[in-house]
Write a protein that binds this ligand. Structure first.
Ligand code: MG
Length: 312
């Protein structure tokens, strides 16, 4: 009532407030107050969070998709942010870092030049070489001039320091075998993304068994064993591509069979669609270092062809 009287007395003095009866002015105040309260209620309904069945808050901070196809044999969508994050393993300090090449290996990069590398159109590789490493430059990946049938690959990489971006925009590159089959390169050190897209993943197919990433800026190693797919003379797939990957000395893929070409890197399998194999290709394959909008460094790359004494 006092508020009502104070308002009704206008600029009022004490005496006016005391003397103000419940009359015409007081009724105006009552009528004004009701829509004011209703407005506040409406505003609250507009801006207060509305409970929903959306995913829990923890999952909302991870990039990914829930409207993509289900990966066959799993309960997860392609690039699913809700898929469990692989356990973190701290790798040993320097498993195969700066490992010198075995006698039967072909050295692809020894820190000096990019003579063994080219662009997709056969031009000289435009990436920068300095201080014993190469760094992405231009806006395309580079690939080896040579090809190998079933291989062992050693490659070292470092994601940017200080780190920039998040999710798939944080140190993204990849080892693209034959420009088709990707072992993902990403900064996954204390950084989450959809698990089938993190470091050590077979992108869109198989999350790494564990997250063995090192901090951004530190040199990391991949030791990759890859067997090419095979087709019979009738063009039927008779053996899938198989890969084993050690990340900083830790097995993150164990004899994994590719379900097909990685989504998003060739026209054969568009991004966010399920992998499948394309037309037959020879077992001899090149190795590509992916350019994916982020600056990456690589060093000490060598390859061995497997099964020379007993080729299949
Ligand atoms: Mg990539």
């Amino acid at each position: 009532m006092e508020l009502l009287f104070t308002r009704c007395s206008g600029a009022g003095t004490k005496s006016k407030r005391i003397n103000c009866p419940i009359g015409k002015k007081a009724m105006k105040k009552d009528l004004w107050t009701m829509p004011y309260a209703a407005s506040l209620l409406l505003l609250g309904m507009t801006y207060l969070p509305i409970p929903s069945r959306a995913a829990p808050a923890a999952a909302e901070s991870i990039d990914g998709f829930r409207d993509t196809p289900m990966i066959p044999g799993t309960q997860w969508h392609l690039h699913d942010p809700d898929r469990p994050q692989p356990p973190v393993v701290t790798p040993g300090r320097n498993f195969s870092q700066e490992a010198t090449a075995p006698s039967d290996a072909e050295v692809l990069f020894d820190g000096r030049d990019l003579a063994k590398w080219q662009t997709a159109s056969g031009q000289d590789a435009p990436w920068k070489v300095k201080d014993g490493f190469m760094e992405t430059a231009g806006r395309e990946g580079i690939r080896t001039r040579g090809k190998w049938k079933d291989l062992q690959l050693h490659v070292e990489f470092a994601t940017p320091l200080p780190p920039k971006g998040s999710g798939q925009g944080r140190g993204n590159s990849g080892i693209l075998i034959n420009g088709m089959y990707e072992v993902q390169v990403l900064d996954s050190y204390q950084a989450k993304t959809y698990p089938d897209g993190q470091a050590g993943a077979i992108y869109g197919q198989s999350p790494p068994l564990v997250n063995a990433s090192k901090p951004p800026g530190e040199w990391q190693t991949y030791d990759i064993l890859f067997e090419s797919p095979r087709w019979n003379p009738q063009g039927e797939l008779i053996k899938k591509a198989v890969v084993t990957v050690l990340h900083n000395g830790v097995v993150v893929q164990n004899h994994y069979e590719f379900t097909g070409i990685t989504d998003g890197i060739t026209g054969e399998v568009p991004w966010k669609t399920l992998a499948h194999y394309g037309p037959p290709h020879p077992p001899e394959v090149f190795i590509e270092l992916q350019y994916h909008n982020n600056p990456l460094r690589f060093r000490n790359i060598w390859v061995r062809q497997l099964g020379l004494a007993n080729p299949r």
